[in-house]
Design a protein around this ligand. Structure first.
Ligand code: NAP
Length: 527
């Protein structure tokens, strides 16, 4: 079923000679399939086809796009065990996780289907004319969101379904009316091809224009760079490393026509544990956090990599309990030998920093591609002085920082780079004595959590998965939830345009019966 070929629209294509395979980290061996890297010609063909498809797809009704998105969800489910087995063989992740992620992917597609079927997401805003206004008459002006054009999506290694081929970025872009070209992630190219085949089948079944979706294979940075540099590409979605996201942002800005890059990148997700909470339930918090740091072998962008507290015996006891609980857990498999290499080298680099102590680490030998978990600790002063300690270690690693007092805690938070999340663990009303700390945290993160863990990102309209740079390249947007559709559109105004030539969303009769803002009032009424 897996051919290793690219999808240039509905056509499978393998014109190149450069090939690669994926790797099964659990079995520590290469998988059997061979993938053909996309050639310059194939890249160009996919973009030209997408630009052409945009002319039609851009005008397709919300209900037809909803049918397409629901059909993608159905086709993904129809892949059944083949998809689950391929996912597991390319990631080392267990079947339960694969099924959970498939459920999330399908849920996201159906949520976007509901959103565009309803249609109100376009934010239609109408200011009717005032012909007798003095000293000048006022025109009739009507605004709505319209799609940008072909979008290139770079999937995440750590979410082969929910943030890859038909993941959040793709679902949002297709829902908005933008064709998508996926730069397939080389670590899960087979999973990617299966999902791509589901999207193509769905596009054919629902009569979408050819080129609305393409999937290009590549195991190096060149294909992605060419895609981002192409003048007919109008926006980019990316999930991965800061290095990769930043390189693509720089490339997009240097183009003759710069385009937006919505990259969701690294984060160490600071957790502040307040003194009373530590005293009253330090042991329970430590156990919960051992599970959160170790979840998915620490390969989540919301992994709590930094825990902050005020120096005390309670903090020391908590740190020891956290480290011992973590080390007592069985090590687990990482996604790929390269991710293990990155983990081991980043971990070693940090452990060598002056003043950082290892509280406990898993010392027995681990299987190939498994990660040994570590908890470290450092003083607030040393953490403040050494920016290397602020870097993400992608894996089952966390650092407890012992701050001198709440001023130092606030100073540390203020100096952190932008983060996806910040968490506060508090007992009784003690949080009210830390308003400056909380304000500093709010300034650095996209989502703040009370008495919980940052891992586990709910997919719902109120979710913000983003944050100040480098958590994301544009903190005004979220990468999770239906409002992520706003990344792929631009506002557009019609002035004094004839009613019958306006899109349905803006017509006087409100034929789609959507919620609109008319002369300052939100309403479903016609004009
Ligand atoms: P990555 O190395 O950033 O790669 C993501 C995608 O972007 C891949 O398809 C990659 O292509 C492409 N890419 C990377 N750099 C590029 C460049 N300069 N120009 C064009 N394309 C580029 O991320 P990853 O493979 O998912 O994982 C590697 C590391 O990223 C992890 O060890 C971890 O540190 C970090 N990561 C962080 C998060 C997070 O949410 N915080 C999530 C995932 C990964 P090729 O692979 O084909 O080169």
């Amino acid at each position: 079923m897996i051919s290793g070929k690219n999808y240039i629209g509905s056509q499978q294509s393998a014109k190149g000679t450069k090939t690669y395979t994926t790797f099964n980290p659990e079995a520590n061996k290469e998988n059997n399939f061979t993938f053909f890297e996309a050639t310059n010609e194939e890249i160009n063909d996919a973009i030209e086809l997408a630009a052409n498809a945009f002319k039609e797809y851009n005008t397709i009704s919300g209900s037809k796009k909803a049918a397409f998105l629901n059909a993608i969800a159905d086709e993904i489910l129809a892949l059944d065990d083949t998809l689950i087995k391929t996912y597991c063989s390319e990631t080392g992740l267990p079947e339960g996780r694969a099924k959970g992620e498939r459920g999330r992917t399908v849920f996201q597609l159906r949520s976007f289907a509901d959103l565009v079927a309803d249609g109100s997401w376009v934010d239609a805003t109408i200011d009717t004319a005032i012909p007798d206004r003095e000293p000048m008459p006022k025109s009739d002006i009507r605004k709505m969101n319209i799609p940008l054009g072909p979008v290139v999506v770079f999937g995440a290694s750590n979410f082969p379904l929910a943030y890859s081929t038909a993941g959040g970025d793709t679902a949002a872009a297709l829902a908005s009316g933008c064709p998508v070209i996926v730069k397939s992630h080389p670590m899960h190219a087979g999973t990617g091809e299966l999902v791509a085949s589901a999207i193509i089948k769905a596009a054919e079944k629902t009569n979408m224009p050819n080129g609305v979706f393409s999937n290009l294979n590549s195991s190096g940075i060149e294909v992605g760079q060419q895609l981002v540099a192409h003048q007919k590409v109008k926006a980019v979605g990316f999930t991965g490393s800061i290095k990769g996201g930043r390189a693509l942002l720089d490339l997009a800005i240097k183009r003759e026509e710069p385009i937006p890059v919505f990259a969701e990148m690294g984060s160490i997700n600071p957790v502040v544990i307040l003194p009373k909470a530590l005293k009253n339930r330090g042991e329970a918090i430590a156990k919960t956090y051992a599970g959160s740091v170790n979840l998915g072998t620490g390969q989540f962008c919301t992994n709590p990599g930094l825990i902050l507290g005020i120096k005390s015996d309670d903090l020391s006891n908590f740190t020891k309990e956290l480290a011992d609980t973590m080390v007592a857990m069985n090590p687990s498999c990482m996604l790929h030998p390269n991710i293990v290499k990155g983990y081991e080298s980043n971990k070693s680099k940090l452990i060598l920093q002056e003043g950082l102590q290892v509280v406990n680490e898993y010392k027995s030998a681990v299987k190939s591609n498994y990660a040994s978990q570590v908890i470290t600790t450092v003083s607030g002063k040393i953490f403040l002085e050494n920016p290397t300690l602020h870097q993400e270690v992608f894996g089952p690693f966390s650092m407890v920082v012992q701050c001198k007092d709440s001023d130092e805690l606030q100073q540390i938070i203020s100096q952190l780079e932008g983060q996806l999340t910040g968490t506060v663990i508090s007992d009784d009303n003690e949080i009210s004595s830390y308003s400056k700390v909380i304000a500093a945290l709010q300034n650095r993160v996209g989502r703040i959590i009370f008495n919980g863990v940052p891992t586990g990102v709910e997919v719902c309209p109120s979710m913000v998965h983003g944050g100040p740079y480098p958590a994301s390249t544009d903190s005004r947007f979220t990468a999770v939830g239906v409002s992520s559709i706003k990344r792929w559109v631009r506002p557009f105004s019609y002035q004094d345009w004839p009613n019958d030539l306006l899109p349905d969303e803006l017509k006087n009769e409100n034929p789609l019966h959507i919620s609109r803002n008319v002369n300052g009032e939100q309403t479903l009424e016609k004009i």
